[in-house]
Design a protein around this ligand. Structure first.
Ligand SMILES: NC(=O)c1ccc[n+]([C@@H]2O[C@H](COP(=O)([O-])OP(=O)(O)OC[C@H]3O[C@@H](n4cnc5c(N)ncnc54)[C@H](OP(=O)(O)O)[C@@H]3O)[C@@H](O)[C@H]2O)c1
Length: 347
């Protein structure tokens, strides 16, 4: 028993040391990152003249929350912040005196119809958007779990909902860019940690597994950013891998096994993990510093450019994934709403 524990600990230490040297060598310090973020947000031409508007899809927790708080700090509150949230959070009371928005929009993003109505609400109020940050997510060990719209829930929040948000809000991002303001999109997923995709099984209807889903989401995110970058060449589209971030994602998993594992795993990786605020700084640095020109970028856990590292895309894949996504979302929006239980209808 002692022998096994020693081997396990030695392997873990070696793994952590390897990971640390891989991610920290030649990387700017957090203090330097903070300085460059602050300088970017101080320089007026880089943000909107008045109040830049940012949308945080999944901003109620973890990395999205860290991004929102970091952003609020650098813009000194002079910003419209809209946080897209899951059904669990009540809308904040407002005294109606502030001209700046702190708006919470309710939505379960597993359903494309919900995303559609949320984007229409946002578009009607915010014709100009500077930043769209998307980090809704969950971890689960369950198999394919379809909504009544025919999309697996995990792939829905990791990819299809993000695509739909970006697609619908693109006119507002283009409007900001058209006025000479900064416009950028960040999708926090797992750049550089995806895998080959099966073009005969897009959406994983036939070959769904936990690992297939984990490999597919990041590669679809790569394709998504590249396709939208083609349509809006003056906007920056960033897909990031955040590294190990101390968030409730494991502890709030629908899978009991993952909830238990996360209690053991997170303390073990604590030395190489970062807080959600630190991750917010690193991730913003991709916008403020790394992505020096518009287009599609893949960014690592310390805000560094990954280039084409572990890239599984290509022109054929991009075109097929785009056509597949358009069709899946069209079908989702056209699908009938599920029948309500009789008791509810009678009320
Ligand atoms: N944390 C890490 O170490 C790590 C590492 C690699 C990749 N990632 C990826 O980074 C992303 C963010 O992870 P995180 O650690 O920040 O997770 P988190 O703390 O659990 O936050 C997830 C966010 O997604 C929202 N969300 C979940 N289901 C939703 C739904 N159906 N509709 C709308 N919003 C929904 C949550 O809203 P509620 O709060 O309302 O539930 C929350 O705001 C995920 O895609 C994850 O896979 C994380």
């Amino acid at each position: 028993m002692f022998l096994y524990a020693s081997i396990f600990l030695s392997l873990l230490v070696a793994l952590l040391a390897f990971y640390y040297t891989q991610t920290h060598s030649a990387m700017p310090s957090l203090a330097a990152i903070r300085q460059s973020n602050a300088a970017f947000f101080r320089s007026k031409p880089s943000v909107a003249a008045d109040a830049p508007t940012a949308i945080f899809v999944g901003g109620t927790s973890g990395i999205g929350e860290g991004m929102a708080l970091t952003y609020a700090k650098y813009t000194e509150g002079k910003s419209n912040i809209i946080i897209r949230i899951f059904a669990s959070m009540p809308a904040p009371p407002g005294d109606g005196t502030s001209k700046l928005a702190r708006e919470f929009v309710q939505c379960d993003a597993t359903l494309m119809k919900n995303v559609h109505s949320a984007t229409q609400t946002i578009l009607s109020k915010y014709p100009q958007i500077n930043y769209l940050v998307m980090s809704p997510g969950l971890v689960t060990l369950s198999g394919r779990d379809e909504t009544h719209e025919g999309i697996d829930r995990k792939l829905a929040v990791h990819y299809y909902a993000r695509w739909k948000f970006l697609h619908d809000l693109l006119p507002s991002l283009k409007a900001a860019e058209g006025k000479g303001e900064k416009a950028a999109v960040v999708s926090v997923m797992a750049a550089g940690h995806g895998g080959k995709i099966d073009l005969d099984d897009l959406g994983l209807k036939k070959g769904y597994s936990v690992s297939a889903s984990m490999m597919t989401g990041p590669t679809y995110n790569d394709m998504m950013m590249e396709s939208f970058a083609e349509q809006a060449p003056n906007i920056t589209f960033i897909h990031t891998y955040p590294g190990f971030v101390r968030t409730p994602i494991g502890a709030s998993s629908p899978s009991r096994a993952l909830r238990i594992i996360s209690h053991v795993f997170f303390p073990l990786v604590w030395p190489i993990s970062v807080s959600n605020i630190e991750c917010g700084e690193y991730t913003w640095s991709s916008v403020t510093t790394t992505a020096t020109k518009p287009g599609a970028w893949r960014i690592g856990s310390r805000g560094e450019d990954l280039g084409k590292k572990n890239y599984f895309g290509g022109e054929v894949q991009r075109k097929k994934v785009w056509e597949h996504t358009v069709e899946v979302i069209r079908a989702a929006l056209a699908s009938p709403a599920p029948e309500r239980p009789k008791a509810e209808v009678q009320k």
